[in-house]
Design a protein. Structure first.
Length: 368
């Protein structure tokens, strides 16, 4: 029986590495629209100053959503010398140590595997579809009781649902490979924040949807700060709406949720998401009186009492081009800290899976 369980676990690891982070997700069509920043009201009208409550049954399709291909969107800093390049970053231990990071040239049909092999020392198995080592770091399967370490990769901050040899790269994309330990197959990081401002610029699979920012009317100013920062980075369209549970359940756009925990926990979807903290991959768990920070196994490793903020991302599954980004705080002060990091010092979250901000400290998550 132990041999059978070990074999099953090994097959899961192989599948995970072959497909990036495994499994597939159906692509969704998006509607195109002009670049804009707006506040959407219940009647579908826009208002530049106030957020008006949306009816509970309103869906994202009523927002001023947009789709713009990377080749069509104005990209900040794009020149003739870098228009046919992507960012390739290779790290270990959830981004803690950067092993390689540079702009890499791509051709018209270059795959992720092509670029990886052209720029690093990589070995593969199974007809070249499975990455067994990069820069000498080898995948390791320790069985049920031993340690396991593998290579995981993200396309514009989204854990891939396709093999590295199958994904055709587009100019400007951000590819991140990370080597780290894992214990729980259910604890999967379906999205990460360390590729910001991706995926809000180049999206996923050549689909770039409008960004939705949710907040209460009391936090409109902070929502506007985030929207301004996104547009400065090249986001094609940003729409602001009031906190709405139905829109979260039927999310069809990359979405920011901004608020204190007391505000956010009133939303059933967010509350359920928080209760499933061992499986979301965010390494964060809000309690009534504190903020728990998790290790890579999903266990609480540190508890913060006091003003703290978090920035974390998660998808509904692997290859989800519409991830949820949560900017939250234990209180208003903690929330303001998190918003300021993203809008004013985004370089501080580069290469992070998720983060907590406490007394000015940027805490890398998951914890060791």
């Amino acid at each position: 029986m132990r041999r059978l369980i070990s074999l099953v676990l090994l097959l899961l690891v192989v599948t995970l590495s072959i497909t990036g982070c495994s499994t597939s997700k159906a692509e969704k069509n998006e509607n195109s629209a002009a670049t804009s920043t707006s506040v959407t009201t219940a009647a579908g009208k826009t208002n530049s100053k106030n957020i008006t409550s949306a009816p509970e049954k309103e869906e994202v399709k009523n927002l001023d959503s947009s789709v713009q291909k990377p080749s069509e969107a104005a990209q900040p800093g794009t020149t003739a010398s870098n228009s046919n390049t992507i960012t390739l970053m290779i790290t270990r231990d959830f981004g803690k140590q950067v092993l390689f990071k540079q702009q890499a040239a791509i051709g018209s049909n270059s795959t992720i595997m092509d670029v990886l092999q052209a720029n690093t020392d990589v070995t593969t198995k199974y007809d070249g579809n499975y990455v067994s080592s990069i820069i000498g770091l080898k995948s390791h399967n320790g069985g049920i009781s031993g340690s396991n370490a593998d290579w995981f990769y993200y396309i514009n901050g989204i854990c891939s649902d396709t093999g590295a040899g199958d994904y055709i790269l587009r100019p400007g994309e951000f590819i991140w490979w990370d080597y780290h330990e894992w214990k729980n197959m259910g604890f999967v990081n379906s999205a990460v924040i360390g590729c910001y401002p991706e995926p809000f610029i180049h999206g996923y699979r050549d689909k770039v949807a409008a960004t939705t920012i949710m907040s209460s009317a009391d936090n409109l100013k902070m929502a506007e700060e985030v929207a301004k920062a996104l547009k400065a980075k090249g986001a094609a369209s940003v729409n602001m709406v009031e906190l709405n549970n139905n829109l979260l359940e039927k999310r069809t756009n990359p979405t920011f949720v901004i608020g204190t925990w007391n505000e956010l926990k009133t939303l059933a979807w967010i509350n359920n998401f928080n209760q499933a903290y061992r499986k979301t991959g965010t390494s964060i768990h809000f309690t009534d009186n504190s903020l728990e920070l998790l290790d890579f196994s999903g266990n609480s490793a540190r508890t913060i009492n006091g003003s703290a903020g978090i920035i974390a991302a998660s998808g509904s599954g692997l290859g989800d081009g519409h991830p949820l980004w949560m900017i939250a705080g234990t209180d208003q002060t903690g929330l303001q800290q998190a918003v300021e990091v993203l809008s004013q010092s985004p370089e501080k979250i580069s290469g992070l899976y998720s983060t907590a901000i406490f007394s000015g400290e940027i805490i890398r998550l998951p914890l060791p």
